[in-house]
Design a protein around this ligand. Sequence first.
Ligand code: NAP
Length: 306
Amino acid sequence: MYDIIIIGAGPAGLTAAIYACRASKKVLVLEATTYGGQIINTLDIDNYPVEPHISGFDFATKLYNQATEMGAEVVFEKAVKINDKGDFKEVITDEKTYSGKAVIIATGSINRKLGLENEEELVGKGVSYCATCDGAFYKNKTVAVVGGGNTALEDALYLADLAQKVYLIHRRDEFRGERETVKALEGRDNVEFALNSNVTKIIADKKVDAIEVTNNSGEAKTITVDGLFVAVGRIPENNEFKDLIKLDESGYALSGEDCTTDTAGIFVAGDGRAKSVRQLVTATSDGAIAATAAIKYLNGGYYANH
Ligand code: NAP
């Protein structure tokens, strides 16, 4: 029996593990893919206090090492269900069942897809959801970025340094992301905006050859591209746990400020939580808060968000 089972080894989950281990709790971290979560794809972290310019990979690796050196056990299995047994919870993975007195859900979010017919089969063949991971393959080539948030803007700027030409396609005439980044993009000769437009088709034989872009008046044109970078936001990964935690209309977990949920002994932390700022610093902060609440719960305090 573990004291705390943490689902997700991203910044929120691993920070929760550090706090729980420091309180001498027996901690299991379950992770479906690799440690680090979304931050592992960030090339350069400039907005986390103390260590500017650290790469996402280095940040995640240091955090992972810190958590495991403190005693957290990490198992790479996907949690698919939690059974609330009152005093303890069963966490069922695709391989086993684990028992813990408290659970912190820190599963984060996944990339939203455009939903185009051949999109998924072309991942790795011209379709990418991570400019910093795959951008180098498009040196001196032509790429398109879809989306209007900070990710799309920063991806377009990053790719503008590598690619010969970057199209930035956004469904409205106004960007959601920061004005400063838009300005920086406007200053680049090799960046072209396609506003009020959507990608309506990916034209591909063995790999992406071109995209069809349709504007809001219904006029379609074909643009020849080597790569399509999709940056249209993320979807929280809470669906498996929706019987035990309340979700908002977008699927984010509702919780108290102390990361408690409606179910005693179940806490949430990180990007999957309904909140206003989703940044690395708020993810680690959530991890600390959720672990502190879980520790209090284990030590006899009743913690549920009503
Ligand atoms: P986001 O802010 O949710 O933006 C998603 C963008 O994709 C929006 O512009 C949206 O259009 C568009 N979109 C959504 N669904 C679409 C669809 N089906 N087809 C076409 N376009 C679609 O997501 P994000 O850019 O990934 O950012 C997530 C969070 O991380 C934000 O809070 C962001 O500020 C933060 N972030 C911060 C930094 C930084 O501080 N350096 C860097 C990256 C991300 P509409 O605008 O029309 O809704």
